[in-house]
Design a protein around this ligand. Sequence first.
Ligand code: NAD
Length: 479
Amino acid sequence: MVHNHAALYIDGDWQAPTSADVIEVHSAATEEQIGQVPASTTADVDAAVAAAGRAFRTWSALTPAQRADVLDGFAIELASRAELSARLVSEQNGMPIAISTVAEGQGPAGLLHYYAALIRGTALEEHRPALAGNGTTVVRKEPIGVVAAIAPWNFPALLAMMKIAPALAAGCTVVLKPSPETVLDSFVLAEAAAAAGLPAGVLNIVTGGPEIGKHLVAHPGVQKVAFTGSTPAGRQIAETCGRLLRPVSLELGGKSAALILDDADLAATVQGLATASLINTGQTCYASTRVLAPQSRYAEVLDAVTAMVASLPVGDPLDPSTFIGPLVSAGQRARVESYIEAGRSEGAKLTTGGGRPADRDRGWFVEPTVFGEVGLDHTIAREEIFGPVLSVIPYADEEQAIAIANDSEYGLGGTVWTSDADHGLDVARRVETGSFGVNGYTLDFGAPFGGIKASGLGRELGPEGLFAYFNTKSIFLTD
Ligand code: NAD
């Protein structure tokens, strides 16, 4: 089925684009074109920001309960389109359908319901007796304004909604710019918003790549930027926001570690590692792709990880039994293959994979790959690969394992694998990262998510994700 769109969702309406240029979207598994959408111009972005600015006045003036009702209605419309969204994401970026059904189909509607409930129960004003005893301060949470939300292609619907749901709940309005590789699911989002009767201008969607993103980030009508994507793009956006003194949240890259302790049950560990390290074919920011194995059990761990990875079903992302799908694009495949080449040439030992699957002549597939004997200074031990490639690194003792985990420019995720969960928690406390898992990791909508160091600034999800869309005002009342 071909998904062609001729108009942009701006100001609560389908508006004709100001240029005839289009963005073509291709299937990651077949390489065929599966749809096209208008390419926004800067004039379209200006119109979207203006609409969001007008809508902010009325949307922010609604009560939290009124906004929550609208968000619940939006969630219901989105849930009724969940199957279509999940399928579109899988076709565009190769995400195995078993994952997209939950993360990209059901996840966004779940987030809308979560933030609707949260804003209903959140006090936005607090009366605080002044310390000097001569009055009271009213401390108020006020929505920041128009939000520019920029999303990557790897979990496009979920990562967009991790911004939209708390922003709208707080009373902000949004201009979303999805990635061109995965722009089609954002039109399903727009259709759900229109069907739910979201007031005009509360959510607007513009299309395009980095140039359109830059125009949006620097736009004078925007009061906050929420970005998920690569660290280099995040740095550029942070520079712009620094100059403008514009609040910004950044969810960036990672190179997280899986610390396998010497008491770990190896069979359970490698089974858990399949998801913790390779979910979405490794195209996941928090994936534990540096596997740290105790020297005393190194050969055993490397064999077990290799056998697990070699056994993962590779294939059509729309097949529910597929675990490894294609990568999002030819460019991403070339990038991953260049890292595999670096692994080989720098002296790591390839134990499985390393090429393209022999039975696939179409699609941007790379075999799931494991390298052993990876040195700490090897490129594949340090840089984010964003594909199905694991590096198994030996360590002498637990102190060294923690030191290796922390020896990274990134600090996003990570996991520890052990028979002693209490001890696992102790290790977790010592790893420099924003999120961590003991014997597995699941993104929890109720808990803050984000990174430290080059992995980002700020947090999404949980109540912290809502408070990121407020300014705090103090009003002093004199006795
Ligand atoms: P990317 O940075 O190339 O692009 C992300 C988005 O930003 C796209 O919509 C793109 O068009 C836009 N963009 C790019 N440069 C821009 C600029 N200078 N100004 C404004 N917009 C710009 O990233 P990608 O390749 O789409 O995604 C993969 C990266 O995202 C990986 O590094 C991954 O780790 C990261 N990521 C992080 C998280 C997280 O939560 N920390 C989650 C998913 C992905």
